[in-house]
Design a protein around this ligand. Sequence first.
Ligand code: SF4
Length: 283
Amino acid sequence: MEILVAKSSGFCFGVKRAINMAGKCASGEDKEGGAIHTLGPIIHNPQVVKMLEESNVYARKDLSEIDSGTVIIRSHGVTFEEYKEARDKGLSIVDATCPFVKTAQDLVSRLAEEGYQVIVAGEKDHPEVKGLMSYGGSRVRVVSGIAELLDMPRVAKLGIVAQTTLRMEKFEDIVSFCLHKASELKVFNTICNATSTRQTESAALAKEVDVMVVVGGKNSANTRRLAEVCRAVQPETYHIEIASELRPEWFEGKGRAGVTSGASTPEWLIGAVVQRLREISPK
Ligand code: SF4
């Protein structure tokens, strides 16, 4: 069986940067002493979180679990209030917020300061969106689809920012609906290319193969979405976390298998999957 790996698989830029920063902390290079914590798991990948734990970097649920030492802010960013609380507690802060998320936070803050009603297009329970909301205070409304805009009164000034991993079609729907909701509309396309490039490349690969494997945390929204995108063109798409989940019967009689991964999947996990596929179907 021929095995084809998507070019864009593996960590995205923001996750790679956050993992490198956590690694430097663990090795003592960027650490000011004391225990090292991440605010929430650094990425949605249980295998990487476990490896960091082995290097004494612990994922904590929130700041109430951290009294001293270093706190690493993950690539999704945190709320304005959490950042302030960490500072007030005297923690040493290593801010691994992805620069693209940071840009979106700054835009929300600027729009709110300039008197715009702000719409964040995204999922309200996602940590990145919670962070974005906090930078605009009461002027921010989170919208995941146009149904949530039906009751919104027309306003003079409206600004729109997207969750970095939002699907472009969804953003287009929200933006075009908002044209009817304001006299002045400012739109910032803060969708990160890494996500759309990965989805487009993976869907193209899924079309070319007989079976598709998507590697990544089951708790990772971007990996689940990637699996949906692949499944739409290749119904035989399997979402796995580790190589041992691969079942030989999925590949019986198949000529080509495609492999892709979410943004939070390390290269070594993808390598292990490819290796296992070769063992299952060596020809
Ligand atoms: S997907 Fe994009 S915005 Fe999100 S962490 Fe990766 S590079 Fe940054």
